[in-house]
Each structure stands twice: as structure tokens, then as C-alpha cells.
Design a protein around this ligand. Sequence first.
Ligand SMILES: [Zn+2]
Ligand SMILES: [Zn+2]
Length: 273
Amino acid sequence: MIKILGCRGTIPVSGTNFRKYGGNTSCLYSPVSEDECIVFDCGTGITLLNSQEFENIRKFNIFFSHLHWDHIIGLPILKAIYNSKITINIFVEKKENFNTPDDFLKELFKPPFFPVSYQNLRANLKLSFVDIDKTYKFGSVYVNAILGNHPDSSLIYKISRELYSVVYATDFEQSETASERLIEFSKDVDYLIYDTTYFPEDYEGKVDGISKVGWGHSTYKHGIEIAKKSNARSFVLFHHSPEYNDNMIDEMFLMAKSEFSGTVCAYDGLTLY
Ligand SMILES: [Zn+2]
Ligand SMILES: [Zn+2]
């Protein structure tokens, strides 16, 4: 099972205009066993794992696509990080300003930005840099990574289980090399979760006069091209713009579906398999 706990990009939103697709920022959850799970990104969606339903989890394996605010902001609010009975394996991309992977948490948990400092976290934390040449195995679940294309860099993940495979390509902007890499990586995948932050006209600057080219995000049109070339079974609209209300996302969903019938639109709580 893969459950989308948050699919909003950039900043969380709330209110009547965002009820259908939800307002939590990026987070995907996939159980491995009764007490172990894999999580991709810690946007505000991760706070849903604080509920009783998930209290049996004793081991979290968290992979970060990258460390922009909308993908990390939920981590300090995850109760498990303050529980000494819980193990949390954290995987981040190697960054120039980090000598060790722990530097990431030392920066994130630092007063005055957050009242609890790194030394006071109670979970059994193990941090590692992601090795893109490695296949990670958790029970019968495999995780692989490739480089994305985003300011400050990002990673794209593939989760493969016995019955299905899912590629998680958030915060990605198409480019000749990066798109080729993603097409190859997504070959015959069941679900391609893709950054569809903008309508094509908005991306090109035709809506507000501001071009979003080079900002590290993409459109459903570019995504569908990649989905078709990689023979993905389904294409998932993800990382919705906080400026797009439910009606606008409905409209994007319809347009995308007319070009690729296997299109699915992410909403908070959507379960893929
Ligand atoms: Zn983002
Ligand atoms: Zn980003």
C-alpha cells in the first residue's frame, strides 16, 4: 500500500476551496510490516502518522526528495522522534554544506527556529546519505533513487513491491537529460507520481506575466510525455500549487485525463494499491 498523506506544494493551505484535494504538503507512507514503514518526505502530511492508527510503528525509514521547507516542516512535529522506543532511519541527499548526514538534523532542530535541539531528540536516529547506486531493501520492498532536476538538487525514488512499482518524482522540472533519465527509471512502472505544479500557460508566464521556467517545477503536459514514453500505467498529478483551488485542480485533472486516460489526481488520503 502507498498512501498519500500530503500532496500540496510549497506551503500548506486550508479552507473551503481546498477541501477536495487537501492542504498538507508532500508526504507518502508505505507500510513494510506491522511495525515498520517507509516514508517519502516529511511535509505537514506526516503529522497524520501521530494518530492512534499508527501507534504500533517501531521503525520508520524516511527518504527525503530534498530539503526545501515544504518537504521537511512536518518532521519536528512527528511524535515518534521524541520516543526512545522508536528507530528512525533517515536518508538524505549529500549536500555540499553537510559534512555528515546528521548535520541536516542539527540545522533543523536548533533554537531559536525550534525549541528542541538535536541532542534532545529521543528516538534511535540513524542518518545516511542516499547512495544512488544502491538498492535499499525493507522486507520485500525495494527502494531506488536517481537524481532529479530542481534548484539545490533533488532525488526521485522508485518503490518496488511484488505486485506493483511507483515512481515518486516531485519537485522536478523537465530537461533533456533529466527527462531521459526519468523515462528510463519509470519504464513500465504502475504509477508515476509527478510534479504538476503549474498549468502550462502559468508555467510559461502567460497568466501573470511571470515565467516559472527554471523554478524547478513542471506541468501535466510535460509529465504525460514522460509517462507515455516510459509506458507508465498511471500518471498521478502531485505537488499542487497552493494558489490553485479545487476547481482549478478539477480543470487540470480533466485536461490531463483527456490526454492520458490513466491519469489520477492526488489528494490527501488517496491510497494507491
Ligand atoms: Zn516542494
Ligand atoms: Zn523544492
